[in-house]
Write a protein that binds this ligand. Structure first.
Ligand SMILES: Cc1ncc(COP(=O)(O)O)c(C=O)c1O
Length: 451
């Protein structure tokens, strides 16, 4: 490989050659659409990449080739319109370009002092969520890097309000990041069983809690991950109020759907949350790395998260609610709310609502097709974009083989799951460009596969 002489890293005299054109071309191509990709082979990757980092550097042509021929193709396309597993990502074109701009700009979005313009724009999105949720005046929030950090940040504030109480009510369907956050915070999860519909209810919480009075917080989901079910938010808020406990709603996946007027009532009770999160990198079509974190009383969060030191105290300008770094567990921060702000500014809310409706519609169509198919059965009607189903005679081995076959054929990336311990199929519809023809392709694969 050609070696370049030590170059200039910055400014007009940089020695990155035509990297800008290469990168722009690559991004344009990616934004036109991508396939389901592959699961990378570790040995091959390690071998190929072993001598990339040298004293002299590879030069733009060879370094780019390493990226474009080795690194980039060896991944699953989680932004593919055929990625139907976990919670897919499907960043819009506008959000991706603004994310690229953010990388160039590096607005100091941890503090108003450094990043006022960027934070003010991000706060427009926070305000939209606060308004839609119907939170009381004074509610505020910030953007963090993702739902796990958002949940951790909110529960850290809950702990501080708990007067030594250590127990947190969580559904048996709660996302793993909630349990993890509780563990990190030295709090104890009190698991509440959900019924066949996977929904956390006030009745189930009351039965599990009994007469204990050591509950610090109640955590509900505004769209659980595995089944895409919205917990009984008003009921959970009632119990939290009775127990004098913090009420947190993990809406990382599904809470975006409250932007649809026809679905807003499903989220009734969200306005009573002490804190909630929404991940724009999920159902708001932003690139990875974005979580909106909202508090009813942001001053409580500031008391917990503000970092002190001679070099950071200068960040406090008096307009402290707008220091994102005071509201969550992150100091240096990219402007992770700017891509969604820009996409909303460019396209408007209605275009985003339509894109959300596409996922809901696809989930309904898939559910109907599974009901009509002789060898499959729905576990439950989809409430949001998640479809859970059975296939006659299939156990864990058949589901894994089905997923591997679909990936190999480039039809879809799917990840089977379990329902009350039973291995089942799971499909998540979120990407607005997922072709309707995929439904027939999936049904055919389920009928055909007789392992
Ligand atoms: C309901 C819910 N909460 C939290 C998370 C974690 O979010 P992140 O992956 O952004 O950390 C997820 C991720 O899928 C989720 O679905």
């Amino acid at each position: 490989m050609a070696s370049a002489k030590a170059g200039t890293l910055h400014g007009r005299e940089h020695s990155a050659g035509d990297l800008d054109e290469r990168a722009i071309g690559w991004i344009r191509q990616r934004l036109a659409g991508t396939g389901v990709g592959v699961i990378g082979d570790k040995d091959w990757l390690d071998r190929k990449l072993a001598e990339c980092i040298t004293d002299q550097g590879l030069g733009v042509a060879d370094a780019w080739e390493m990226f474009s021929e080795v690194v980039a193709p060896q991944n699953i396309g989680v932004d593919s319109d055929r990625f139907l597993a976990f919670i897919p990502l499907s960043p819009s074109v506008a959000s991706v370009w603004m994310d690229a701009v953010c990388s160039a700009a590096n607005f100091g979005s941890e503090s108003w002092f450094e990043g006022a313009g960027a934070i003010a724009a991000e706060n427009q999105v926070i305000e939209l969520l606060i308004r839609t949720a119907g939170m009381p005046a004074g509610a505020a929030g910030c953007f963090m890097s993702g739902g796990s950090i958002g949940n951790l940040s909110a529960l850290a504030v809950a702990r501080e309000q708990a007067d030594g109480r250590r127990v947190v009510v969580v559904a048996d369907t709660a996302h793993a990041s909630v349990d993890n956050a509780l563990h990190l915070l030295g709090l104890e999860a009190l698991d509440v069983p959900t019924g066949p519909d996977c929904r956390l209810t006030a009745a189930a919480i009351r039965e599990t809690v009994g007469d204990r009075r050591d509950v610090a917080a109640v955590v509900a989901a505004g769209g659980s991950t595995n089944a895409g079910v919205v917990d009984e938010l008003n009921g959970c808020a009632d119990v939290a109020a009775e127990l004098g406990a913090w009420f947190h709603v993990d809406g990382a996946y599904g809470l975006t759907a409250m932007l649809l007027p026809e679905l807003r009532s499903r989220f009734d009770g969200i306005e009573r949350a002490d804190s909630f999160i929404v991940d724009p990198h999920k159902w708001m079509f932003a690139p990875a790395g974005s979580c909106a974190l909202v508090y009813k009383q942001p001053a409580l969060a500031r008391a917990v998260h503000t970092q002190h030191g001679p070099y950071v105290d200068i960040l406090r300008t008096g307009d402290d609610l707008y220091n994102p770094c005071d509201l969550g567990y992150q100091l240096t921060r990219r402007s992770s709310g700017l891509p969604i702000w820009f996409a909303l500014a460019l396209h408007g809310l209605d275009a985003h609502r339509e894109a959300i409706r596409r996922g809901l519609d696809m989930a309904k169509r898939m559910a109907t097709a599974l009901e009509d198919c002789a060898v499959t059965e729905l576990v439950m009607q989809p409430e949001l974009g998640v479809v859970l189903f059975r296939r006659n005679g299939w156990g864990a081995g058949e589901w894994s083989a089905w997923a591997a076959d679909l990936l190999r054929a480039g039809i879809a990336f799917v990840a089977p799951t379990t329902y009350r311990g039973e291995p089942i199929g799971r499909l998540v519809f979120l990407h607005p460009n997922t072709p309707t023809t995929i439904i027939d392709e999936l049904i055919a694969s389920l009928v055909r596969s007789t392992r």
